[in-house]
Design a protein around this ligand. Structure first.
Ligand code: PEP
Ligand code: MG
Length: 756
């Protein structure tokens, strides 16, 4: 039964149109379940009706011509109740409504089940039999399971667009995805499909291996040059962190094992260059995809992307830049870095990717470039190329075929946004001081090496979070103490007048080291952060020694421990830090007065740590809230999973109450507290934090301008009043509304407003 079910779902998914899909569905289901009739009704919410879209058994004239009001008849009842109904004699049911011209009088027994996607009833699937009988439990569960699979096939395939079109009175279609990068874009959709996909390449023998090798070497060089050129173009606009993503491609293009495997296929198996690329790339992809950890399995898409680019050059189908629209929104099933490479940045207004999440490489890049992006949506790429598209990166939605009033509305928002950007830029060099004189310390979150922030302009008070794991992720083995000392030294040098808070290695979860893979069922609840480094003191000690040696020159280091959940972890980490400190002191012939132990702090990101603040206050010098993880653990919502992304509510009352508890406890124990999660760089998040009493916010460079602008535009006592209300609110939606209304009243609505 399972394989038949899978087959039906696959065939429906492969259908070229919605009608064909529905016809296939009813035919195959009727056949598989050995019933006399199978029909599907599709919901039309605009007129509140169910439309008989396909049937194998009912009169063909009824198909397309039969409509039921919501709640009307048995099918309407299934739709209304949202649950299956199994009846031996359908006409006995008080809700039964005879459908003239359908010939349904032929059938007595009825089994109907709703097709539901994300709480929305898309339609009703029905099977009927002449013989009066109740359908068996097996039949019922088959139909229900089929409907569940069908719902995601319908929602996630190209069929969705057709379905939406059916359900839309106006031309415009709103599609919801994940907000990967905020902002508004209005431009032509530029749909990019791979010219020759890896799967489409036929395996062919070559006539001349030497010629194929030459060709291959040439395109490898072409691709490398292309990425270097792009890197040069983007260098000004990108932080080193985002810029380093291109390194991953260069890595693949320089990877001798990968290249030699392709050369081997050309020279020894006598394949053409394109066949050799296919064979090798697919085997790499397969191996990476089989790996359960996210970081490694994501490498599969790097390999696919590079192989695709090699094929692109090999087939010599050069895109014609001249034909590109002046302003475009890049749309693809999976937007890749190499697609971005082929589009001049001045033309690129926005990014829409059917697949991928907010933490994908492209999302990171989009944010670094300040380009609105929406990812992870059900969108068919057919019929939208060169059509006007709106991206609302605040709400994480796109609008296809927008009508004139919508276009005008969004154009006004876009103009406002541009005006705001100019204002924010001007305020960057100012201090952050509220209208009633409260100075707020603004700190910078940073990730890679010291040079990367040459581009960070404006005033800030130090580094609130240096994510030390990123350099570990870009190497092929654990970096040596010397390498680390050099790398940390650069950062400490660059910010010599500022305190620099370096976080110790925080791998595990979604951050994996290719040379130290960790395979776990629940990586976010597993061997992560301090748990891993305490189990490997040799790694921890080397890192601490490197940090300490690097800090000798300016003494501006602070050490922060990630993922702390219990005081024992702090004690053990402090023991190791003290050991490393004594060693360095001894090696450099220093006394404790010459070289005091740097300040040590912990991240508050595991809920249990909130409740040990009194103990932490005895042991550490500061705490910093990692709201990204704290929210994920408080709400039990994977921060990277697009399926539950809409539940990741940063303003959830539990979050606000926790923040209140943390600040109150820290104050009463005289413990320095700051926040370095994304919440600090979010306009509403920052206002909430200020209103609760926080005065140290650490954020990425992109958010600094707007957060400072906001701080300079509001008095603290008003934020305190808003927080009093927020602390009594029942839901995240209410809390958000309090601040959205407040900002609107202050004429600052542009900072949060989505286009709704
Ligand atoms: C956090 O969890 O909020 C945080 C700052 O750390 P990371 O995002 O690196 O997990
Ligand atoms: Mg974290």
């Amino acid at each position: 039964m399972l394989s038949q079910l899978r087959q039906i779902v696959e065939e429906v998914g492969d259908a070229k149109s919605l009608t064909a899909a529905m016809d296939t569905l009813v035919q195959q289901t009727k056949l598989t379940m050995k019933v006399d009739c199978c029909s599907i009704f599709i919901t039309d919410p605009n007129v509140q009706e169910l439309n008989l879209m396909a049937s194998e058994g009912l009169a063909s004239t009824a198909v397309g011509a039969t409509r039921l009001k919501f709640g009307e008849g048995i099918v309407g009842l299934v739709h209304q109740k949202g649950e299956p109904l199994n009846l031996a004699n359908v006409s006995d049911h008080p809700h039964y409504k005879y459908l003239p011209a359908s010939q349904e009088e032929l059938f007595n027994s009825f089994l109907g089940t709703p097709i539901i996607h994300k709480r929305q009833v898309l339609g009703v699937l029905v099977v009927q039999q002449k013989k009066p009988r109740l359908f068996s439990e097996l039949e019922e569960s088959f139909l229900v399971t089929l409907a569940m699979h069908l719902a995601s096939v319908l929602a996630n395939s190209g069929l969705r667009l057709e379905l939406d079109k059916l359900n839309q009175p106006a031309a415009s279609i709103h599609l919801q995805g994940c907000p990967a990068s905020s902002g508004i874009a209005i431009a032509e959709a530029y749909v990019v499909r791979p010219i020759l996909t890896l799967a489409e390449v036929n395996i062919e023998k070559s006539y001349s291996s030497s010629k194929e090798i030459l060709l291959f070497e040439m395109i490898v060089k072409k691709c490398s040059d292309e990425f270097s050129n792009l890197a040069l173009t983007l260098k000004e606009q990108l932080s080193k962190e985002a810029f380093a993503l291109f390194d991953i491609y260069s890595h693949v293009l320089k990877d001798k094992t990968f290249l030699n495997a392709i050369r081997g296929q050309i020279n020894e198996a006598h394949l053409t260059a394109s066949s050799a690329i296919k064979v090798v790339a697919e085997s790499y992809i397969k191996q990476f995809e089989a790996m359960s950890d996210r970081y490694l399995s994501e490498r599969a898409s790097d390999i696919r992307d590079v192989a695709q680019r090699l094929l692109y050059h090999l087939t010599q189908q050069v895109e014609d830049d001249v034909n590109l629209p002046d302003k475009l929104i890049l749309v693809a099933s999976e937007v890749t870095l190499s697609m971005l490479a082929s589009i001049p940045t001045e033309k690129l207004q926005g990014i829409v990717s059917v697949h991928g999440g907010v933490s994908s490489h492209v999302a990171i890049l989009a944010r670094a470039l300040g380009i609105p992006a929406v990812m992870g949506l059900s969108l068919s790429l057919d019929n939208i190329n060169r059509k006007t598209l709106i991206i609302d990166g605040y709400a994480g939605c796109i609008i296809l075929f927008p009508d004139q009033p919508l276009l005008t509305h969004y154009q006004v928002l876009l103009d406002e946004e541009n005006e705001l950007k100019n204002l924010v830029e001007l305020g960057k060099s100012k201090d952050a001081v509220t209208l009633d004189g409260q100075r707020i310390s603004i700190l910078l979150n940073t990730g890679l090496n010291a040079n990367q922030h040459g581009a960070v302009t404006g005033h800030f008070d130090g580094i609130g979070l240096y994510r030390s794991e990123l350099p570990f992720m870009l190497t092929d083995s654990f970096p040596t103490e010397l390498d680390q000392t050099e790398s940390y030294g650069k950062l400490l040098d660059q910010y010599s007048e500022f305190p620099v808070t370096m976080r110790t290695l925080d791998v595990g979860g979604d951050k994996q080291l290719s040379y130290f893979p960790i395979v776990e069922e629940n990586p976010f609840l597993g061997w992560r952060g301090i748990r891993l480094t305490l189990d490997h003191p040799e790694i921890f000690l080397v890192q601490i020694r490197a940090m300490l040696s690097a800090s000798l020159k300016h003494r501006n280091l602070r050490i922060m421990l990630p993922m702390i959940s219990a005081i024992e972890e702090v004690n053990e980490a402090k023991r190791l830090i003290t050991q490393a400190w004594k060693e360095i002191k001894y090696e450099f012939g220093l006394t404790a007065d010459d070289f005091p132990l740097p300040a040590i702090g912990v991240m508050i990101e595991v809920p249990s740590s909130i409740f040990i603040i009194p103990q932490l206050a005895q042991s550490v010098d500061f705490i910093s809230i990692g709201s990204n993880d704290l929210i994920q653990y408080l709400l039990a919502i994977d921060r990277n999973n697009s399926r539950v992304a809409s539940l990741f509510d940063s303003y959830h009352p539990a979050v606000i109450q926790s923040l209140k508890l943390i600040i109150d406890n820290s104050r009463s124990f005289d413990l320095e507290v700051s926040i370095c999660g994304e919440l600090a760089g979010d306009p509403i998040g920052a206002l909430i934090l200020l209103g609760l009493g926080y005065n140290k916010l650490s954020m990425n460079a992109n958010n600094m301008g707007k957060i400072k602008y906001l701080i300079n535009a509001v008095p603290l006592h008003e934020l305190e009043n808003c927080c009093d209300l927020a602390l009594k609110a029942n839901s995240g939606t209410e809390i958000r509304a309090i601040f959205v209304n407040y900002l609107d009243r202050k004429g600052l609505g542009g900072f949060t407003r989505a286009g709704k």
